[in-house]
Each structure stands twice: as structure tokens, then as C-alpha cells.
Design a protein around this ligand. Structure first.
Ligand SMILES: Cc1cc2nc3c(=O)[nH]c(=O)nc-3n(C[C@H](O)[C@H](O)[C@H](O)COP(=O)(O)OP(=O)(O)OC[C@H]3O[C@@H](n4cnc5c(N)ncnc54)[C@H](O)[C@@H]3O)c2cc1C
Length: 249
């Protein structure tokens, strides 16, 4: 059930030249209950007073169960001339914004019995997977599921939370992190790095209709192309779950 609340900026840092990690707390001090993969909406007004809103996936790493979290974290990508970009890009620690949520069904599902998750993202589309890490850890241990995170960025500087995903992969052998760099390879390439777009790496992973469930998140063109690739590989449509980052203005 979605709730309306004020969020106060507690902390922030730049993740990439134009992406800001923002950690909020509810101004009323209430913990925030969400399912990893869900998003919040930020409500604000244009200069002419017209109300509008934008969606942001929750990036918070919780306990791995459904217990509420203290912080609502998100990665905000700056868009030239963007209205929410102006609001969130200039927000200072201690200032508040209006928000509602959680929303969305881009979540891991309990009765799934797949052998592998293919988690595909570009840009800030990787944030839902960050919040899913504790759940994935439980699933990998409970039913030996493998996870391949296929994450596309232009270069190393734009790999959001790259060190965190790499550390998680080192601790969890069933989790593979494929950084797909479309323009410049890393100064020190890792064994699972790929060059080119995520679609190429996804095809290399040989999607299996019997065993795979895929999640696609981020740039709408990437989501459409990866969806077509997986559908052509025979994955049933309910096993290809999508979240497109389109502007909701
Ligand atoms: C379910 C969902 C979850 C989302 N989660 C996130 C998230 O976690 N992090 C995040 O940064 N964004 C996320 N988005 C996108 C976000 O809601 C905004 O659309 C985005 O931040 C741009 O808002 P803005 O007000 O700054 O730009 P707007 O004022 O909406 O757009 C300004 C101009 O830029 C263009 N534009 C808008 N978005 C883009 C883009 N991505 N790339 C290039 N041009 C663009 C518009 O067409 C317009 O011309 C999500 C969207 C959805 C639907």
C-alpha cells in the first residue's frame, strides 16, 4: 500500500560524473517498508505551479527479509534540462522533498523455481539489483540458483556500485558480475568483463528457456532489444520481467 511522506536528505555522494547517490530518511522518523525492486515517486511542482512527479528505484540494501529500512537510497542520473534533475541535483543535506511509495512489481517472486537469474541493466537501472542482493544471497544458498548480472556502461567511471557488485561476486561464487563496457575497457579488466552492449553479453550467456528467468531494467531501447533476444531464445514472456526508465512527466 503506497504511503505519502516527506524525505529528508541525510547523505549523498557522486557515484559517477552525472549520477548522485542520495540517502534519505523519512522526516517523521518512520522506517520505510518496501520489497527490493520497487520504486518511489518524488512529487514536486514546475515553475508554473503545475504538479508533477518522477520515479526512482530504491537502491537500499536491507536485511534480506521484509523488515523496514531506515534509509531510502536512490541513484539519480542527471538529465540535461530535467525538472527533477534540477530539484535533486541541487538538494542539500537536511532539506526535504515530498514522496510516495513503494510502487511496482519488478521484484523477485517466491514461487520461482528457475536455475538461473539473468539480471540485465544499463545506467541507474542497476539499482533494483543492488537492493535485491540480500534476497539473492538467500536464494543462492537455499536452492542453488545461479545469478548473472549483466551491466552495461560506457566506461569504468559509469559503472555504478561496481566495486560493491564485484565484492559480492567474490563472496558468492554463484553470482557473476559481467561489466559490459561499450566504449572504453577497464584499466585492469576483470575475467568476466565484456566489451560492447549488454545484448552481446546476454547472447553469450546462452539463455535457456527451461532454466532462466530474466529481469531487464533501464534504458527503454535496451529493454526492448534484450526482451526480443530472450523471446527469440524461447523464454516464456512471464519469465522476462521489465522495468523501463521512461520520464513520467
Ligand atoms: C519505474 C521507474 C524507475 C525509475 N528509476 C530511476 C532511477 O532509479 N534513477 C534515475 O535516475 N531515473 C529513474 N527513472 C527515470 C526518472 O523517473 C526520470 O524520468 C529521470 O530522472 C528524468 O527526470 P527529469 O525530471 O530530470 O527530466 P525530464 O524533465 O523528465 O526530462 C528532460 C528532458 O530529457 C529527456 N529525458 C528524460 N529522461 C531521459 C533519460 N533517461 N535519458 C535521456 N534523456 C532523457 C526528456 O525527454 C526531456 O526532453 C525511473 C523511471 C521509471 C518509470
Amino acid at each position: 500500500m503506497a504511503d505519502h511522506f516527506s524525505l529528508r536528505l541525510a547523505d549523498s555522494r557522486m557515484l559517477a560524473p552525472s549520477v548522485r547517490h542520495m540517502a534519505f530518511e523519512r522526516a517523521d522518523g518512520t522506517p520505510f517498508a518496501f520489497i527490493p525492486g520497487q520504486f518511489v515517486q518524488v512529487h514536486f511542482h514546475y515553475a508554473d505551479g503545475k504538479p508533477t512527479k518522477r520515479s526512482y528505484s530504491v537502491a537500499t540494501i536491507g536485511a534480506g527479509d521484509s523488515s523496514p529500512v531506515q534509509r531510502v537510497e536512490m541513484a539519480v542520473s542527471y538529465v540535461d534540462g530535467g525538472a527533477a534533475t534540477a530539484l535533486l541535483g541541487n538538494l542539500e543535506t537536511g532539506q526535504t522533498i515530498e514522496a510516495s511509495g513503494p510502487y511496482g512489481r519488478f521484484c523477485l517472486m517466491d514461487p520461482d523455481a528457475n536455475r538461473r537469474y539473468l539480471l540485465v541493466a544499463t545506467g541507474t537501472g542497476v539499482t533494483p539489483y543492488r537492493s535485491m542482493l540480500p534476497q539473492l544471497k538467500v536464494l543462492m544458498a537455499a536452492r542453488d540458483v545461479d545469478v548473472a548480472l549483466v551491466y552495461g556502461a560506457r566506461n569504468e567511471d559509469e559503472l555504478l556500485y561496481g566495486a560493491e557488485f564485484e565484492a559480492f561476486a567474490n563472496e558468492n561464487p554463484r553470482f557473476q558480475f559481467h561489466a559490459c563496457l561499450s566504449r572504453t575497457p577497464r584499466a585492469q579488466p576483470r575475467p568476466h568483463d565484456r566489451s560492447g552492449h549488454v545484448q552481446v553479453a546476454l547472447a553469450d550467456l546462452k539463455p535457456e528457456p527451461e532454466h532462466d528467468i530474466a529481469y531487464l531494467c533501464g534504458n527503454p531501447n535496451m529493454v526492448d532489444e534484450a526482451f526480443a533476444l530472450l523471446k527469440d531464445a524461447g523464454l516464456p514472456i512471464p519469465h522476462i520481467r521489465r522495468e523501463k526508465y521512461i520520464s513520467s512527466r
